[in-house]
Unconditional design. Structure first.
Length: 57
């Protein structure tokens, strides 16, 4: 066998690992975007609740 040949399935395994790794990265970015969005929503809710409390006082 030549040095450039690999066992059958190595390319498929590498492709599978790459796909799983990329999916994990995309999922992590999605979760971080969701966390940032929820933080912004909580800030806006807090500010609006303060304005309402100031108007009632």
């Amino acid at each position: 066998m030549s040095e450039t040949t690999t066992r059958p399935g190595t390319t498929v395994d590498n492709g599978s690992f790459l796909r799983a790794s990329l999916f994990t990265s995309v999922l992590a970015f999605g979760v971080s975007a969701m966390a940032m969005g929820l933080g912004v929503v909580q800030i806006l809710l807090g500010l609006s609740m303060r304005k309402v409390a100031e108007q009632r006082a």
